[in-house]
Design a protein around this ligand. Structure first.
Ligand SMILES: [Ca+2]
Ligand SMILES: [Ca+2]
Ligand SMILES: [Ca+2]
Length: 171
């Protein structure tokens, strides 16, 4: 004799198995390690910086750090750095002061310079037509181009690129 309850239980069980197995399967592609992507683009990372470069960055820091206590406040940095204008200097300071305590230490400064200068030189190598911008064609890691292109206009400017690069390089 046909027993509907058994049928319902059978259907319910098979649906449950289907749902559980569906949940267990991870269809999303594992996100690539950001630092691996940077390495693929030619980044060697902070460990690869030469003693010469590090010393040079320390010297620049020392010139800005007038009282020689190894610390720069934002105001000292804005006053003493040689970057274009105040707004740019404040942005660079914010990127440098990684732990957001309002002080750029020598170590933070050196670290930021190593990362930024390497990123810039890779940017310049990719910019084949030297117009200061990168198209997707010029960009080496095409599958993450959109993550760099913050305003989604199909072009990368140096500040856009540095913002993402700076975060990834410190992961
Ligand atoms: Ca700090
Ligand atoms: Ca270009
Ligand atoms: Ca853009």
């Amino acid at each position: 004799m046909f027993r509907p309850l058994t049928l319902y239980i059978a259907i319910f069980t098979s649906m449950l198995i289907f749902i559980i197995s569906g949940c267990g399967k991870d269809n999303s592609v594992a996100p690539k390690n950001h630092r691996q992507i940077l390495a693929m683009m030619g980044a060697k990372g902070t460990e690869a910086a030469s003693e010469q470069d590090i010393q040079q960055y320390k010297n620049i820091f020392g010139r800005m750090d007038a009282d020689g206590d190894g610390q720069l406040t934002e105001e000292q940095y804005v006053k003493n750095s040689r970057h274009m204008n105040e707004m740019v200097r404040r942005k660079i300071f914010a990127a440098t002061d990684r732990n957001k305590d309002g002080i750029a230490t020598e170590a933070e400064y050196v670290n930021n310079r190593i990362i930024t200068d390497e990123a810039k030189s890779i940017y310049e190598q990719m910019d084949k037509n030297n117009d200061g911008k990168l198209t997707k064609d010029e960009f080496k890691a095409k599958d993450v181009f959109d993550e760099f292109d913050m305003n989604a206009d199909g072009m990368l400017t140096l500040p856009e690129y540095l913002r993402v690069w700076g975060n990834w390089a410190r992961e």
